[in-house]
Design a protein around this ligand. Structure first.
Ligand code: ASP
Length: 398
């Protein structure tokens, strides 16, 4: 049986088990099922830092000349920013059409403190540059690791003949990490089952119903963004069958859906994308970057939630405010870490930018995990699409 079929079965069984157990079975789930999910997550996290570090160094030093790095970098970032801005527009459009906040008013007494406030934008930018790369690795700060790997990879290339042993070492390390990912993925069907069952048990129908319209908006938006936007990009720019693409990317999507973490999905995403024929050179550059800075699903969710909050407070957003949301949302999604729930924290930044009440975050927080699943899936799908398109255009240039 194919691995993605097995993972799909794991996911299906997990949902059924969660529904069957309901809230009563939650203590049992937490004690005996969830730990297997944690083991799976830990295993993936174990390999992320060495994998990203080694593969990015190999990717950059393998590219060789600075012009090529610049060209690939520019294309990648342009795709990332463009698709993200589009995703928020889609989120805003759906929020306007479906009006998820209609009929709900904020229950004043129940407002809890909003989630942690997001850091200011300038600090996000300064923090990209590590002062101590070992510390970045200890804390698994992906953006800082990326920056260090870019420099070190560039340095190895510039060192020429003398840099070769370092290149060979990291190349060997990257290969070994890919092999470890293959081993961990054998455990994925069980891991996915164990991750999803407690979530379904905790978020039974009764929790979801009041906010059903928000959920529908986000799921619908994610589906449309993937099917229509990515589908047409693949077909018209990449000349690649979307059906074929989605078939190949399914294992990564399922891992993203159940882990709610782009970072944790990165190793699997790399494997899937390389199976599509994308070169290691491009995938090891584009994907780690994307897992950290490209979050279309998160951006879309922020668009929907901003409108939702505005609607429950009876606030009409002007078109200038919508523009601000698009801009801050795009930047906020860059600063969003690829870990569960990070998007919720950055939502405060978006709300703040147009003066919407931050208490609205508390309402969304209750169902955030359920919204995190599709948005993370879209986040990593977007990375894979861009990796494919950049690789294709590089192949033409070469
Ligand atoms: N969980 C998302 C991710 O890892 C980030 C978010 O919370 O929006 O891609």
């Amino acid at each position: 049986m194919h691995l993605s079929t097995k993972i799909l079965i794991g996911l299906g069984l997990g949902v059924l088990a969660g529904l069957g157990s309901g809230a009563e079975g939650l203590p049992f789930m937490k004690a005996w099922i969830a730990p297997f999910g944690s083991i799976f997550l830990n295993l993936i996290k174990m390999i992320i830092v060495p994998l990203v570090f080694a593969s990015l160094i190999v990717g950059v030093s393998g590219l060789g000349d600075a012009r090529k790095i610049g060209r690939i970098g520019t294309k990648t970032i342009a795709y990332y920013l463009g698709t993200t801005a589009f995703a928020i527009v889609l989120g805003l459009a759906l929020g306007t059409l479906v009006q998820p906040g209609l009929g709900l008013t904020m229950p004043g007494g129940e407002v809890k403190a909003a989630a942690k406030a997001a850091p200011p934008l300038m600090k996000v930018i300064v923090d990209i540059f590590p002062s101590n790369p070992l510390d970045s690795m200890l804390k698994a700060n992906m953006l800082q690791i990326i920056v260090f790997a870019l420099f070190l990879g560039g340095g190895i290339a510039v060192a020429g003949e003398k840099g070769q042993p370092a290149y060979k070492f990291f190349d060997a390390l990257a290969e070994a990490c890919y092999a470890v990912v293959g081993m961990i993925m054998k455990f994925a069907p069980i891991g996915v089952f164990a991750l999803i069952a407690p979530v379904v048990a905790a978020n039974g129908p009764s929790v979801l119903l009041p906010l059903l319209k928000v959920i529908i908006c986000v799921y619908l938006g994610c589906f449309l963004h993937a099917a229509v936007v990515y589908g047409s990009m693949l077909k018209f720019i990449g000349n690649y069958s979307p059906v074929e693409f989605f078939k190949n990317i399914l294992p990564a999507q399922l891992v993203a859906f159940s882990t709610c973490s782009s970072s944790a999905t990165l190793p699997v995403n790399m494997e899937c994308v390389q199976k599509m024929g994308v070169s290691k050179e491009v995938s090891s550059f584009v994907l780690p970057l994307g897992a950290t800075i490209n979050m279309d699903g998160t951006a879309l969710y922020q668009g929907v939630c901003a409108l939702f909050v505005a609607q429950i407070y009876g606030i009409d957003l002007t078109s200038a405010q919508m523009m601000t949301i698009i801009l801050t949302g795009t930047l906020a999604s860059i600063g969003t870490a690829g870990v569960p729930g990070a998007g919720l924290i950055m939502l405060t930044l978006v709300l703040q930018s147009v003066g919407l009440p931050l208490e609205g975050v508390a309402l969304v927080a209750g169902i955030d995990r359920v919204l995190d699943m599709p948005r993370t899936t879209v986040n990593i799908t977007g990375d894979a699409v861009v990796a494919y398109l950049v690789d294709k255009s590089e192949a033409k240039t070469a």
